[in-house]
Design a protein around this ligand. Structure first.
Ligand SMILES: C[S@@+](CC[C@H](N)C(=O)[O-])C[C@H]1O[C@@H](n2cnc3c(N)ncnc32)[C@H](O)[C@@H]1O
Length: 209
C-alpha cells in the first residue's frame, strides 16, 4: 500500500503518467468556463487541484483516504490557507460547473448509479463530469491472465472486478453511461475506435442534463 507521499512522488516521476495527466488537465481546463468552480473527486494528493487553482478555478477536493488527504494538505498548503482549494467531506458540500475524477477513481466504485445521483446535486445543468478510467479494451493488458479470463464477462456484462487488484473494476463506457442516466449523458470518449486498443486510460465526458 502506498502512502500519500510515495504515490505523489511515483506519479510525478512517471513520464507516461505525467503525459496522460497533462492531456486530462488540458481537456478539463478547455471545457471549464472562465473562473468556474470545480470539484476534484478522489483528488489524491492534490496534483490536479493545484493546477486548476493556479488557472483561477475555485477548487473543492474530496478524498476518502487519510494518507492521500494528509499529503494533499502538505502539497496544497498555501492554496488551502488562501481558500482557493477547499477540502470537503462530501460532494454535497459544493455546487460546481464540473467534477473531475482522474486516474481510475471510478474504477474503485462498483456501482456508479448512486454516485452520479450524488454528483447531480453538485453539478448544475450544462456542467460536466470528466473521468479518466482504466480502459477495458487496452491490449497491453492482454498479457495478464485476469484480462483474458474476464474477456467474455466484459462482452456479456460490460464490467468485471479483479480480486487480486484490491477489487479494481473494469467498465465499458456503455455501462458508465447507463449508470449516469437520467442525470448525465455520455458526450465524448477519448480515444475512440482503434485508439482504445493502445491506451491504458480512457477519458469519459458526461454532460449534466
Ligand atoms: C489512483 S488514485 C488517483 C488520485 C488523483 N485523482 C490523481 O489524479 O492522482 C485513486 C484515488 O481514488 C480514491 N478513491 C477510492 N475510492 C473512492 C471513492 N469511493 N470515492 C472517491 N475517491 C475514491 C483513492 O483514495 C485515491 O486517492
Amino acid at each position: 500500500m502506498h502512502t500519500g507521499e510515495q504515490y505523489h512522488n511515483f506519479m510525478l516521476a512517471s513520464e507516461r503518467d505525467r503525459a496522460v495527466r497533462g492531456r486530462f488537465q488540458k481537456m478539463a481546463l478547455d471545457l471549464l468556463g472562465k473562473g468556474a468552480d470545480i470539484l476534484d473527486f478522489g483528488a489524491g494528493t492534490g496534483i490536479d487541484a493545484k493546477t486548476y487553482s493556479a488557472h483561477g478555478h475555485h477548487t473543492f477536493v474530496y478524498e476518502p483516504s487519510e494518507a492521500m488527504r494528509d499529503y494533499l494538505g502538505h502539497h496544497c498548503q498555501d492554496e488551502i490557507v488562501r481558500k482557493t482549494i477547499v477540502p470537503i467531506a462530501s460532494p454535497d458540500e459544493c455546487r460546481v460547473q464540473a467534477v473531475t475524477a482522474n486516474f481510475a477513481v471510478l474504477n474503485h466504485i462498483d456501482d456508479h448509479a448512486p454516485l452520479f445521483e450524488e454528483l447531480s446535486r453538485a453539478v448544475g445543468p450544462g456542467g460536466f463530469v470528466l473521468a479518466s478510467m482504466l480502459n477495458p479494451y487496452f491490449l497491453g493488458d492482454a498479457r495478464y491472465g485476469w484480462w483474458r479470463r474476464n474477456l467474455l464477462t466484459l462482452m456479456r456484462d460490460g464490467h468485471y472486478a479483479v480480486a487480486s487488484e484490491s477489487r479494481i473494476h473494469r467498465f465499458t463506457p456503455r455501462i458508465v453511461a447507463r449508470a449516469a442516466k437520467p442525470y448525465f449523458r455520455l458526450e465524448r470518449i477519448t480515444p475512440r475506435g482503434l485508439g482504445l486498443a493502445t491506451h491504458l486510460y480512457m477519458f469519459l465526458l458526461l454532460r449534466r442534463i
